[in-house]
Design a protein around this ligand. Structure first.
Ligand code: 13P
Length: 362
């Protein structure tokens, strides 16, 4: 297909994912990563347990009020749920869609060491065969996609120019390829929180990265109205002695985005990146407060993985459906309100466990 064939549909999908008061549930953990989550709650990483947990997510009553889309891993996209209706088990995709939640798919195949760059720097793989995979995902009901490129900041020169250029270019090629198959690309240049750099350093690096990303998207002819950005919030490194306040995160993040992201992009949906549940909500709330004052053009929402599912996993612990769903709904509500700038800190239950994992992989 061509991008022109899908242009209207892409814009419509992106606009739906940018609905006020909503965000995305990033439930696309690879089998290895969900295994680590399950291990922490004493649950076996079997296909049955992954099916059960993802059925819990898909059947949470009222989830669509705050969740406009869900990002799935390939296994889940093609997996049946534990719910039986009529002839047999309902596909998980159908349960989400029946609620009015759009389905997305992680399409990158993970990162690898980047030859010629600094130690620890990576490039994101998955371009070969992507058009064919995207076509299959569309046929199964997916309407948007995610590709997570990872950059790091270090005192010995990361990110290198090579890493910034390579990751921006990969994102742009992925985005164009997905659009030609009808999938709205989430462009995710994650800057890891690892390191002791201050917030001003993060802001400077993120401006450089985002400028490069939007330059590459332009060269590849990506249709911005049919795309979404998923950045990290602009915050100090996890080991920085000066912690950033939520107010600082709000101001720096908005400044960074205002300097770099075209107004044609409908929504900016942040990753939580290792922030604790409540911290992520409060920072998102502050970003929106700053955005309202400045009259920012985009919907500023969330696409959280850890910060939406941590309490949910703890509550479920392999068997308690209701506790898991209540916890998920509480964080979805908190973040939905935060994306309007109306969240009252502490008004929804949360865990204050640190969700930071050094050198995180998804
Ligand atoms: P976190 O919110 O856990 O950082 O994950 C979001 C995500 O999808 C990263 O690609």
């Amino acid at each position: 297909m061509t991008l022109d064939f899908f242009r209207e549909e892409l814009a419509e999908t992106a606009a739906a994912l940018a609905a006020p008061g909503t965000g995305l549930l990033a439930a696309d953990e690879s089998t290895g990563t969900i295994g680590k989550r399950f291990e922490a709650i004493g649950v076996d990483n079997s296909e049955e347990n992954r099916r059960a947990f993802r059925t819990l997510l898909a059947t949470t009553p009222g989830l669509a009020e705050h969740i406009s889309g869900v990002i799935l891993y390939e296994e889940t996209l093609f997996q049946d749920s534990t719910v039986t209706a009529g002839a047999g088990p309902s596909p998980l995709v159908d349960l989400f869609r029946d609620q009015g939640i759009r389905v997305g798919i992680k399409v990158d195949l993970g990162v690898e060491a980047l030859a010629g760059a600094l130690p620890g720097e990576t490039w994101c793989t998955g371009l070969k065969g992507l058009a064919e995979r995207a076509e299959r995902y569309y046929a199964r009901g997916a309407r948007f996609a995610k590709w997570r490129a990872v950059l790091r900041i270090s005192s010995d020169g990361c990110p290198s120019e090579l890493s910034v250029r390579e990751n921006a270019w990969g994102l742009a090629r992925y985005a164009r390829t997905c659009q030609e198959q009808g999938l709205v690309p989430i462009v995710e240049p994650e800057i890891l929180m690892d390191g002791d750099h201050d917030i001003a350093t993060t802001a400077a690096v993120q401006e450089w990265v985002l400028r490069t990303v939007y330059g590459a998207l332009a060269v590849n002819g990506v249709f911005l109205e049919g795309s979404l950005l998923k950045p990290s919030m602009t915050t100090a490194g996890a080991d920085c002695p000066e912690r950033s306040s939520a107010g600082q995160v709000g101001e720096f993040t908005l400044r960074t985005l205002a300097r770099t992201v075209p107004a044609a992009v409908p929504a900016i949906l942040f990753l939580s990146g290792g922030l604790a549940e409540e911290d992520a909500s409060i920072c998102l709330n502050e970003i929106n407060r700053a955005a309202h004052q400045a009259g920012a053009p985009w919907h500023l929402g969330f696409s959280f993985g850890r910060a939406l599912q941590h309490s949910c996993l703890q509550g479920w612990a392999g068997s308690d459906l209701v506790a898991g769903q209540q916890a998920l709904l509480a964080r979805a509500r908190a973040n939905g309100e935060a994306s309007l700038g109306t969240y009252q800190p502490g008004s929804q239950p949360s865990s204050d466990a640190s969700l930071f994992v050094a050198n995180y992989s998804y």
